[in-house]
Design a protein around this ligand. Sequence first.
Ligand SMILES: [Zn+2]
Length: 311
Amino acid sequence: MKKIELHLHLDGSLDIDYAKELTGRNVYDQMVSSRDGSLAQYLEKFYLPDELMTDYNVIVEFSYRLAKQLEKEDVIYAEIRFCPTSHNKKISVDRVITGIREGLAKVPTVKTNLIFCMRRNYTFDENLEIIKLAKKYLGNGCCAIDLVGDEASYQTKYFEELFEIARDWGIPFTIHAGEVGSYESVLEAIKFGAKRIGHGIRSIDDMNTINELKKHKVFLEVCPDSNLDTKAVYSIGDHPIRGLVDLGVNVTISTDNRTVSNTSLDNEYNLLKKYLGFTDEDILNFNLNAIEAAFISETEKQELRDRLLDK
Ligand SMILES: [Zn+2]
């Protein structure tokens, strides 16, 4: 089955074999989360990727290998996200972005776009730089911005001014919200004008949030397996996605971090079918939702629908 993936972090989806080649040692435990570890241990899995993703050719190769992995899974469109200013210790930010695009473009069967992530622990100016980069590359590799990081320590409401700027400049955005933080974070994100929410699963705790999501046609990017790793959800059978879909919220399915969570879209779909009663028809609908929610033109969306439905 052809697939669409909207919520995919590059640094959490690096090829382990290539990382092993670069470091000359077994890096599995450094890159893959163990389900019984703490959230702090989960976050440690991003340290090595940050160290490795500093050289141009390495960035090209990791991006190429991710695209190959997507192609193998029959993904026809993916939006891949990363923080451009996390990998520019040795090369310029422009080279980082060019390297990722070059690697991804080597696999033309997978159409891709980039989402630039702002970080909750960054200063206003550091995040503004990311919006400026998004403006520069919008329609030329970049399709949107995002906000990532600790929701509890850096609440969504403090980022209003940055998203106002993004709105003024016509840059679409998704925001990580209501993942481990509360539904209030989701409400703030909707108020800012987010068209999509990263995770958003805590919306299940508040009927008003559910209604706002539906009223504003905001799509959730749900990543079930990742939620188990971060302890946002303790058991797949208790995952809020079942209730969210039953209440009519528009849901899309992604992996979040393919390597860190040792997952794939096939694995995510299997979990949904095995433990939550979703059917192949539901999975198809999640993919159609993903096309609808993608940060691309209507013409591009129609092309993807035709490919998904094999027209
Ligand atoms: Zn994420």
